[in-house]
Design a protein around this ligand. Structure first.
Ligand code: TXA
Ligand code: MG
Length: 353
């Protein structure tokens, strides 16, 4: 166990002294959790192989699942990649800083462990003053997966990081709740056409406006778990976002979904299981059993994304055995919400007829 220091910073104008303390740990090979606009990341110097190894260990993350490398200036990509493909420039101009991660062919400057032995590298420039200042003051790109224990929901507040990683990391920069609530979109630019490996904070629709040929990978569309050899985005083959409870995701027309959620809830309660129901403002009144939590209104999927991981963690606190969740429309950020819900449920989708 090491003492984990918590430094409270303001999100827009963080005190440079605090950022420098945190950057000092990064430069010495330590681990710092920091906020981004999506979720909290757990950072290590991306060019320090030993630091990156300890990053995997602190999270108990499998070594075959590489983190995203965070930069503070566009020009920082050049030392990390072999070439910048022609379609990258417009995307970078439009979406950076922001929740879009791009996959490039990597340069030799990047230690193998940082990319889990792959020939490619995932890079993004986050839209958060604390994250940008930390990268800047560390004088090195920062490798940062989400700051949760492997398999758990990503942290959207410093308290979530503390719950998972207290005593395992050096510093948490606490700037309050994150904004977007789901992680960045991961877009592979090493394939033609470019493919979305993970839907996230930048929607498929807005990417298509800039890059009309962009496609969703088969994992995103079918949810098929790929075998390790075929998996292009290594994260797709590991269990993710799961609270302690078993999660069931109910899909179909909303009124049928409500009926099915109630039916499943009653059935699990009948088997003496404590049941949580994850629903929306529009349907809240329809549930009379179990621990019922609304993610927000269906009219605002951004709010639902913002609340999603916190809500999954709250069910852990309530010690429910089963979480039954409504599904969301797959448009805009809804696609990312559904991706996280499907993975949280380990693809236990129930179709409501
Ligand atoms: O919003 C985010 O992206 C957050 C914040 C902290 O930036 N980070 C994050 O990192 O979600 P992580 O490590 O939890 O997810 C990284 C994803 C994984 O699905 C991983 O498999 C994929 O990016 N990835 C990383 N390197 C890759 C590569 N070279 N090729 C394909 N996928 C890659
Ligand atoms: Mg993660």
């Amino acid at each position: 166990m090491k003492p984990t220091r918590i430094l409270k910073v303001t999100p827009r104008k963080p005190a440079i002294e605090d950022i420098r303390v945190a950057a000092g740990f990064i430069r010495k090979g330590g681990l710092v959790a920091f906020p981004t606009e999506t979720v909290y990341g757990l950072g290590a110097d991306a060019l320090n192989a030993k630091a990156v190894l300890s990053l995997f260990q602190a999270k108990k993350r499998p070594l075959d699942n590489p983190p995203i490398v965070h930069i503070a200036r566009t020009e920082d990509i050049h030392r990390l990649v072999k070439t910048v493909p022609s379609n990258a420039e417009k995307l970078i101009g439009e979406f950076w800083p922001g929740p879009l991660t791009l996959i490039f062919r990597r340069s030799e400057a990047v230690p193998s462990i940082t990319v889990a032995g792959l020939e490619t590298i995932a890079i993004r420039m986050p839209r958060h003053e604390v994250a940008l200042a930390l990268v800047e003051e560390s004088h090195s790109p920062i490798a940062a997966p989400s700051a949760n224990l492997a398999g758990k929901p990503s942290p959207t507040a410093a308290q979530h990081v503390l719950n998972d990683l207290a005593g395992r990391i050096d510093v948490i920069l606490d700037a309050g709740e994150t904004d977007v609530g789901v992680e960045s979109t991961v877009l592979d630019l090493t394939t033609r056409p470019a493919q979305i490996m993970r839907p996230g904070g930048i929607s498929f629709e807005s990417l298509k406006k800039i890059l009309p040929s962009v496609q969703l990978s088969s994992f995103v569309t079918t949810g098929t778990i790929l075998t390790s050899k075929a998996a292009r985005s290594p994260g797709t083959k590991h269990k993710h976002y799961a609270p302690k409870a078993d999660v069931f995701l109910v899909e179909g027309k909303l009124e049928k979904v409500v009926e099915k959620v109630n039916e499943l809830a009653v059935s699990h309660i009948g088997k003496s299981r404590k049941v949580g129901i994850m629903c929306t403002d529009e349907t809240l009144e329809n549930y009379k059993v179990g621990v019922v939590k609304s993610l927000g209104s269906r009219k605002n999927l951004e709010i639902i994304a913002h609340n999603l991981f916190r809500c999954l963690r709250e069910f852990d606190f309530e010690n429910v055995d089963v979480v039954i969740s409504e599904s969301m429309p797959k448009e805009g950020i809804g696609l990312a919400i559904m991706d996280r819900l499907r993975r949280a449920s380990d693809f236990k989708t129930v179709i409501a007829h």
